[in-house]
Ligand binder design. Structure first.
Ligand code: 5AD
Length: 344
């Protein structure tokens, strides 16, 4: 999937600068490359600097609680039918890990898992959340657990969860169901509404480069991100995981993702936006380019014990799981400071 060449590069940047986020200007901006792309990025960085004058990046540690999953996503090797060995990290091990990361200065924790609506699992997550919050009330917990019921979202919030990341993946209902056959976009958007309604600080976003997606769909995704009441937004590039149903499909176009990130920053200056590790997998230096395109969040992969890390192969069994040192270096290179706590 590649965008049509843009013949009116300066015009589209001018339109964006005047807040004219038309389909035409967004479509044109997605195709910018070379110097024009650099101009788009520097505009996005200016927007970031204005909204976040401290020039800091939020660093969060991820703990991948469990790879048990009830969904059948074609792009993910943790899909229900896959023969991956399944795990759930013991609650006490999660709490010890958080203590350790807290002692190193970390204050934002991301608890991620496969989609598992079982009562036992949600109870377990609730105990992890309340355990962390009672000991470290100044920490911030982000959950990324997929579709749950409104009651379950409320329950986890009451136990102390602060934020929730639930990506809509594609704003197109047919594509959504093609990529994620066990779910519907209607259901996903219902979950997003519930999360916003019950008071989470919510993150969402898309994936770029899966089968059937066109530039028009990406433009729709950008407009949906803009229309939702979000605190966090993200875009990832599709990486064909060795063990997923889409293993023979081509990788997504990483430049389209960088440009989408810049556009999201320009349109929504004061939100958090990660530069994800899959960008590095797609192109050497990709995570750095993400920061240059306006990102202000990094995930540090120092929370999941090594023996479980390889059982959480979201986009690859040879996944990049960058640690603290690399992230400090990355932020410094982009003239940013890696912060310990929440940026918002
Ligand atoms: N390539 C890129 N991103 C992926 N995700 C899942 N699988 C892939 C893949 N193969 C993203 C999805 C999901 C998030 C946890 O990771 O957007 O919501």
């Amino acid at each position: 999937m590649t965008a049509a060449p843009c013949e009116t590069n300066s015009t589209c940047l001018e339109e964006l600068a005047s807040g004219n986020f038309t389909r035409e200007s967004l479509t044109a901006a997605l195709s910018l490359r070379g110097d024009d792309q650099q101009n788009l990025f520097s505009f996005a960085r200016a927007k970031r600097s204005a909204a976040f004058p401290a020039e800091s990046v939020e660093a969060r540690s991820v703990i991948e609680l469990s790879n048990v999953c009830q969904q059948s996503c074609n792009y993910c090797s943790m899909f229900k039918e896959g023969d991956l060995k399944r795990y759930v990290i013991k609650k006490d091990d999660v709490l010890h890990m958080v203590d350790f990361l807290y002692s190193k200065g970390r204050r934002v924790f991301l608890f991620q898992s496969g989609e598992n609506t079982s009562r036992a699992f949600v109870d377990y997550v609730a105990r992890c959340v309340s355990g962390v919050k009672s000991k470290h009330p100044d920490s911030e917990i982000i959950l990324c657990l997929g579709n749950l019921s409104r009651e379950q979202y409320i329950y986890l919030k009451e136990e102390g969860a602060d934020r929730y990341v639930l990506k809509f993946e594609s704003s197109n209902p047919e594509l959504y169901q093609r990529w994620k056959p066990s779910d519907t976009l209607v259901e996903r958007l219902r979950c997003l509404d519930e999360l916003i309604d019950v008071g989470y600080k919510v993150g969402s976003g898309n994936m770029v480069g899966l089968p059937g997606q066109t530039i028009d769909h990406v433009v729709d995704d950008i407009l949906l991100v803009h229309s939702l009441d979000l605190m966090m937004m993200s875009s990832t590039v599709f990486i064909p995981n060795e063990d997923c149903n889409y293993r023979s499909e081509p990788m997504g176009d990483v430049d389209t993702v960088f440009n989408m990130m810049a556009l999201m920053r320009i349109m929504n200056p004061d939100r958090l936006m990660p530069t994800t590790s899959c960008l590095d997998k797609a192109r050497e230096g990709g995570q750095y380019t993400g920061l240059m395109a306006g990102a202000n969040t990094v995930t540090i992969h120092d929370g999941t014990p090594d023996n479980f890390k390889k059982l959480f192969p979201i986009y690859s069994t040879a996944r990049c799981t960058p640690g603290e040192e690399r992230m400090f270096g990355l932020a410094a290179k982009a003239n940013l400071v890696l912060g310990a706590g929440s940026l918002i």
